[in-house]
Design a protein around this ligand. Structure first.
Ligand SMILES: [Zn+2]
Length: 314
């Protein structure tokens, strides 16, 4: 491997969610050389979560023989990247809103801290080290428990005036009319197209109540369960139409689809593409739509990339 221009050190990256904190060490060649994981003590409150993060950092930093340049975070909640603060958050982690990640983690680890939202970290990772690393303008669309994403130009995240850009689940969908959304409104695409929403739709259609989750539903769909196929198809179609609406506004060079539903197989992908084709305007009919490449590691690359030079791609 050739000498890196910026090979001075390694970066620690944490992906902080409501149930677990995952961490990685990325060396100066931008390779993941070690990973670790601890449970998130979410109900114990922000100080306990910060302590757990610092504990994982202590575990991981010994794995690098290189100097550690800093600690990059992809964290749950609305994150203000300029200040590495939790601007707002649900109560998934008690007392998380308002947490000053930079100050608190500098005090606990001695490391400089940079942070973005966890979905934004995924987008940054795919744009700078994954499926989008050769593209100028990338739209990441993540469909899983919720629906979110990120818009990136030249590997840089456009996070918006209030740091909430990318809340793609809250686009109005004709297929979700009247259905309650996680945001408290009705009719948003997340209410018909997220993983749990597809399961709820299946049960509304009269599906087998013994099917406990979307994973099982997907298996049933593959076996020919007609109601499972319908619920999966409707969800993916709605997701594709919402994706086209975004495409019509932003005209991305490349659309990357990630999240749990992206692993649901051909039926889901075909319906997603059909929804996109139905709603995208003519010049955008052939915009490339590809699966994400990095899986959960995307968040590590994205968080670590906060310490890479602005124009660097892996
Ligand atoms: Zn909503």
């Amino acid at each position: 491997m050739s000498e890196r221009r910026f090979g001075a050190g390694a970066v620690l990256a944490l992906d902080v969610g409501g149930t677990k904190i995952a961490g990685a060490v990325l060396d100066s060649r931008r390779q993941i050389i070690a990973t670790g994981q601890v449970p998130t003590p979410a109900s114990a409150g922000a100080p306990a979560v910060l302590d757990a993060m610092a504990g994982l950092v202590a575990q991981l930093r010994g794995k690098s023989s290189e100097e550690i340049l800093g600690l990059g975070l992809g964290a749950a909640g609305v994150i203000d990247p300029a200040n590495a603060q939790v601007a707002s958050a649900t109560d998934t982690i008690a007392g998380w809103a308002g947490t000053d990640l930079r100050t608190e983690l500098l005090a606990r680890t001695g490391l400089p801290v940079r942070a973005v939202n966890d979905v934004h970290a995924h987008g940054l990772g795919e744009a700078r080290a994954g499926a989008g690393r050769a593209a100028k303008q990338v739209l990441l669309f993540a469909v899983g428990t919720g629906i979110g994403g990120a818009h990136l130009v030249n590997g840089q995240l456009l996070s918006g005036a209030h740091h909430v850009a990318g809340h793609m689940g809250h686009i109005d969908s004709p297929l979700a009319a009247g259905l309650p959304c996680s945001c408290g409104r009705t009719g948003h695409v997340e209410a018909i197209a997220s993983g749990p929403a597809i399961h709820r739709h299946y049960l509304r259609l009269g599906g087998d109540e013994g099917v406990l989750d979307t994973r099982e539903l997907t298996v049933r769909a593959g076996q020919g369960d007609e109601l499972a196929r319908r619920a999966l198809h409707t969800g993916a179609l709605a997701a594709g139409m919402a994706l086209a609406s975004l495409g019509n506004v932003l005209d991305p060079e490349l659309i990357i689809v990630s999240g749990g539903m992206a692993g649901a197989g051909d039926l889901w992908w075909q319906a997603l593409r059909a929804g996109y084709a139905a709603s995208a305007i003519d010049p955008l009919a052939h915009t490339a739509i590809v699966p994400a490449q990095l899986g959960n590691d995307a968040a590590f690359y994205g968080a670590a990339s906060l310490f890479w030079p602005a124009n660097e791609r892996k």
